[in-house]
Design a protein around this ligand. Structure first.
Ligand SMILES: [Zn+2]
Length: 260
């Protein structure tokens, strides 16, 4: 499945949720500047720092962006595209397709696509805001010419959905920064992990994907990963992954092209 000399693939992916993830969690957050500022940090501080790190290691990443985030922070999306990274769909608002009626889901997909395409780049990938599908999602994606989805946890290697032929690039909580670092100020139910702990998990998983020939997909969020001690972890992972010559580092769109 992978280019000659490569035994596995790796993708650095960022869900650039900014304020929308908080509004999606609870619409009442839209009028709470303190809550929203957590997301604003992603656009204001984290994305530039992440772009700088990616450039330093020569890695092109995939950024999944809700349409409303692109409308609110167009300069950041322009910078992402200008640096050669892939832009992909992550809803218009940050609402799970499973919470939408079929016509609402269609409107979300269409509007999000319209906004992202206005940045002058092709949009071929979809990651749902909840990593989940409704009964209509697959068909809606197929009708709009999407080439891949990155939502399900049932494999280590990309594959094609039987019904639509859409490529699936699997993800997992283990490789998601939110699972390790997300702190919910409303409930105080989670501890904040150290970078060493998460780095050890991510390295061991990487070695497993490399051995088994999978596609190692890190899912990160600028507002979470862009804190100083976690940026150091990102830099470490960029160095660690690119230090393995037999692993192909690519965007999700490039990985999708390899799936027979
Ligand atoms: Zn998201």
């Amino acid at each position: 499945m992978w280019p000659e000399g490569k035994r596995a693939a790796a993708a650095f992916t960022f869900d650039f949720d900014a304020e929308e993830v908080w509004i999606g969690e609870d619409p009442a957050n839209a009028s709470k500047p303190g809550v929203l500022s957590q997301g604003t940090y992603g656009a204001k501080v984290a994305v530039p720092l992440i772009l700088e790190a990616l450039e330093r290691f020569g890695v092109r990443a995939t950024f999944f962006v809700p349409g409303r985030v692109a409308e609110r922070h167009p300069e950041r999306v322009n910078e992402i595209v200008a640096a050669g990274h892939e832009l992909a769909h992550h809803g218009y608002t940050h609402t799970s397709p499973t919470a939408l009626a079929p016509d609402e889901e269609e409107a979300e997909l269409t509007k999000g696509l319209e906004v992202l395409r206005s940045f002058g780049t092709e949009i071929v990938g979809y990651r749902s805001p909840s990593w989940d599908f409704s009964a209509s999602t697959e068909e809606l994606l197929q009708a709009r010419g999407f080439r891949y989805s990155s939502n399900l946890m049932d494999d280590l290697r990309p594959y094609r959905h039987k019904r639509s032929g859409l490529v699936e690039i699997p993800i997992h909580w283990i490789l998601d920064d939110a699972a390790h670092f997300w702190f919910d100020g409303a409930t105080w139910t989670k501890k904040i992990s150290t970078a060493d702990e998460v780095g050890a998990i991510w390295e061991a998983e990487f070695l497993g994907y490399r051995r088994l020939g999978g596609a190692y997909v890190l899912t990160m969020h600028p507002q979470i990963m862009g804190r100083p001690y976690r940026l150091a972890l990102l830099e470490h992972m960029l160095e660690w992954v690119t230090g393995h010559d037999d692993v192909w580092v690519a965007t999700c769109a490039e990985i999708a092209e390899r799936v027979p």
